[in-house]
Design a protein around this ligand. Structure first.
Ligand SMILES: Nc1ncnc2c1ncn2[C@@H]1O[C@H](COP(=O)(O)OP(=O)(O)OP(=O)(O)O)[C@@H](O)[C@H]1O
Length: 252
């Protein structure tokens, strides 16, 4: 297993720098969170780490390899061991595809990459509380919450080494959020590296031991959620703590 890391990353859109020297790393068994106000660059950092957005300076690496300099074969292997779940569910899959097809293809790729789980599509769905009848449904017919649960199920199906969660549970009700958090926590306990990005500070606190605050384009403060919220040192952290009084209250 390897660490997924960003090293002094500068990145942005059309000349405007969103990230200005952002660094972090997620090693095997590490549970890392990223918080920051809206527009701070959290999703941009995730895209850089996944090799989907090229930094203008600095780099993202998986183990010793820069993620933007991998061969096709390496990229394929990288994508099956570093899995991401986004707010909008599965990204880059035709919405007319059936749930069964999505999961069969993932399980197939996973077998080819030597990471067979022995799971069937219905087992994968069951882990996130979706019944077998969902196999016949097309992606566009799913609710937002069902899309998010399918994306998580799909990510878990490949036995990832690193799981990146970017607002994975926004469309879920509190009970489902708990269920999803349980699934992820169970996976994290097996030594998987976990990076969780969310405005849901309770979810981040539940899943991450170390939390980074992203502000001014970089990590401005790092700590446990408790220390960050109850004793913030940086203005960005102080503003977050003020914006989430109920989260701060939970630690008092
Ligand atoms: N494709 C894009 N083109 C131009 N600007 C973009 C693009 N994607 C993001 N941005 C801008 O980059 C900045 C950082 O966006 P990003 O989505 O990384 O922030 P974030 O911290 O994830 O925000 P949120 O918490 O609201 O999801 C924002 O100002 C956003 O408008």
């Amino acid at each position: 297993m390897s660490a997924l890391a960003a090293h002094d990353v500068w990145a942005g859109y059309g000349g405007a720098a969103v990230l200005q020297g952002a660094s972090l790393s997620v090693g095997p068994g590490e549970r890392v969170g990223v918080i920051g106000r809206s527009g701070a660059g959290k999703s941009t950092l995730v895209q850089v780490l996944l090799g989907r957005h090229k930094p203008t300076q600095g780099r993202a690496t998986y183990g010793a390899r820069p993620v933007t300099k991998m061969s096709r074969k390496e990229t394929k292997a990288f994508r099956s061991v570093v899995r991401a779940v986004h707010q909008e569910g599965l990204v880059g899959v035709d919405s007319r595809t059936s749930v069964a097809k999505v999961l069969e293809s993932t399980l197939n790729d996973s077998r080819k990459a030597g990471r067979a789980t022995g799971l069937q599509p219905e087992d994968v769905l069951a882990r996130v509380g979706l019944e077998p009848r969902f196999l016949g449904r097309t992606l566009h017919s799913l609710s937002g919450g069902e899309k998010q649960r399918l994306a998580l199920a799909d990510a878990l199906a490949t036995r990832p080494e690193v799981l990146v969660l970017d607002e994975p549970a926004t469309a879920l009700d509190p009970a489902l959020r708990e269920a999803v958090a349980d699934q992820v926590a169970e996976l994290a306990a097996t030594g998987v590296g976990l990076l969780v990005v969310s405005h849901d500070l309770r979810l981040v606190d539940r899943l991450a031991d170390t939390v980074h605050v992203l502000g001014e384009g970089r990590v401005v403060e790092t700590g446990t959620m408790r220390t960050l919220l109850t004793d913030p040192q940086h203005d960005e952290t102080r503003e977050l703590a003020e914006a989430y009084p109920e989260a701060v209250g939970a630690f008092r």
